[in-house]
Design a protein around this ligand. Structure first.
Ligand SMILES: Cc1cc2nc3c(=O)[nH]c(=O)nc-3n(C[C@H](O)[C@H](O)[C@H](O)COP(=O)(O)OP(=O)(O)OC[C@H]3O[C@@H](n4cnc5c(N)ncnc54)[C@H](O)[C@@H]3O)c2cc1C
Length: 480
């Protein structure tokens, strides 16, 4: 997997033992007050908790991981946070560690609060169409739990079987189906949050509507663990659609496929998923997975329809895409599943190449322009650029690669990969987009965020942080 781009992460001196004493005191006090709580001391055994999915490559340089607490109740989280605040210890909330922005990284002077054991589905209410869940519940497990009720929780990051609901909330995770159902924010009605002083607050409403006071749910959703620890969420559910169908549309070139997106928008069909694969991505999948996608065309729109009237939807979609040159197939259930599996895990990374990734987003009408810009970036920086896109909502995952010359040190990534990613992000901003569509800023993209946020907007964000966490103990150095 590519390292998310692009500014060097602020590095903490992992070998320093400064601050170890207060951390030892914290662990001692927690063991005395909460004898049932498991707390691991900083050691080689906690190294996994120093990194997330995008920073695993750094593990080799880390000898000692952070302290890690595994609370199983909200009350335990409150005691942990209150005690850490008294002793001035930084607290890093952590879900499943699948993040791609260095958001859950921690060092040996910090305490990670893992939500792994806060993993209960507390309630499912079919009549209110809500569930109340603890943050450590894995996204896919929630949907398995909901199936007998005929309901589902819509936000479906491609990491749905390895990421937690709490992590999804903290990153405002997107996913494939947000083309129709929206991102995580659209599915969160209320939250229980432990604040920096250990207080537990309930924000939001179980009702669909609710406008009393400021919308603190929206503030906490996407706040990347810097404002509080989510200990429960009231999430919105929907009926499992009566039918789902996969439709593929192959096009001769990347440009033709990107242009065809407008035909979907102009039609009255609203697919649940619209994924776009450019020529490089199709070639990469074939090389890595032994598939034969490139024999069918040079670019692919992979689409899921759902709901009533699936035959009518399918016919309208076919007409719209054939009119712009698409080779359209309504896939069988098996072939459709095989195509989605290629989408989820078909891409590979060549160890003979350096690579960098990203998750820029643009207004969906500008997708053809951003793909058309790839050759410009390739030419300027001497790299290759390909992308798969959640095209239904304008979110791209570019992969920038460069062949490692014979004799070069693979660990020394040349600056042009970073520069190429910055250039792409800048172009996304020019098109009215953003430097991060769904993975967040974490510790890896602070420099990119600075390109997007105005000085006044950053000041406002820091003021909110100070109001809720004056000592800056929650996830320091991340997100803003
Ligand atoms: C193969 C793969 C595919 C992916 N696909 C997608 C995708 O399609 N869409 C997408 O959006 N992302 C995707 N991701 C990124 C990642 O899975 C998401 O960002 C996910 O939401 C992170 O959840 P997590 O439980 O792993 O959180 P972590 O990585 O543990 O934490 C992420 C951030 O959330 C904070 N946090 C975690 N739990 C809490 C809590 N209870 N309270 C407060 N803060 C908390 C952490 O401090 C950190 O800042 C993908 C990752 C991988 C590895």
């Amino acid at each position: 997997m590519p390292t998310e781009l692009a500014t060097p992460a602020p590095t903490a001196p992992l070998s320093s033992l400064e601050g170890a004493q207060p951390l030892q005191r914290l662990i001692g006090e927690l063991q005395a007050e909460l004898p049932q709580l498991e707390v691991r001391v900083p050691s080689a055994l906690t190294r996994e908790y120093a990194v997330d999915a995008s920073t695993r490559g750094r593990l080799a340089g880390i000898d000692i991981g952070p302290a890690v607490a595994f609370p199983s109740t909200a009350a335990e989280v409150q005691v942990i946070v209150r005690t850490a605040a008294e002793l001035g210890i930084a607290v890093v909330p952590r879900g499943a560690g699948s993040g791609l922005a260095g958001g859950a990284t921690a060092d040996e002077r910090q305490l990670v609060v893992s939500t792994e054991r806060l993993d209960r589905v507390v309630e499912v209410s079919p009549l209110d169409e809500v569930a109340v869940v603890e943050p450590g519940v894995i996204n896919a497990d929630l949907n398995r739990h909901l199936e007998p009720y005929g309901l589902f929780y819509a936000p479906d990051p491609a990491s749905w079987d390895i990421s937690s609901i709490g992590g999804n909330i903290a990153t405002n995770a997107g996913g494939l189906r947000c083309a129709k159902y929206g991102v995580t924010r659209e599915s969160i009605l209320a939250l229980d949050v432990v604040l920096a002083d250990g207080a537990l607050v309930h924000v939001g409403h179980r009702s669909i509507k609710g406008v009393t006071g400021l919308d603190l749910v929206s503030l906490f959703v996407g706040s990347e663990g810097i404002l509080g620890i989510v200990v429960a969420a009231t999430v919105r559910l929907r009926p499992i659609p009566v039918a789902r169908r996969t439709v593929s549309a192959f096009f001769a070139t990347t440009a033709a496929g990107a242009d065809a997106l407008a035909a979907i928008t102009r039609s009255t069909v609203r697919p649940s998923v619209v994924e776009f694969f450019d020529s490089r991505t199709l070639a990469n999948i074939d090389a890595h997975s032994g598939s034969t996608l490139t024999a069918r065309g040079g670019a692919l729109l992979l689409i899921e329809l759902d709901g009533y009237g699936i035959d009518e939807q399918s016919a309208d979609l076919r007409a719209a895409l054939e009119a712009v040159g698409g080779l359209v197939t309504e896939e069988s259930v098996e072939d459709g599943e095989a195509l989605w599996e290629l989408r989820r895990s078909g891409r590979g990374f060549d160890p003979a190449e350096w690579f960098a990734g990203g998750d820029i987003a643009v207004p969906k009408s500008r997708i053809p322009e951003i793909f058309a810009h790839f050759p410009v970036v390739e030419e300027r920086f001497g790299v290759t650029v390909g992308a798969v896109a959640h095209a239904g909502d304008g979110n791209l995952h570019p992969v920038i690669t460069l062949r490692i010359p014979e004799g070069a040190d693979p660990g020394v990534v040349p600056p042009q990969l970073h520069d190429a990613a910055v250039a792409l992000a800048e172009f996304a901003l020019e098109l009215g987009g953003t430097v991060s569509g769904e993975h967040g800023i974490g510790s890896s993209k602070l420099g990119l965020a600075a390109l997007e946020l105005s000085e006044r907007s950053r000041e406002a964000q820091h003021a909110i942080k100070r109001a809720l966490d004056p000592a800056a103990l929650f996830n320091p150095g991340k997100a803003i």
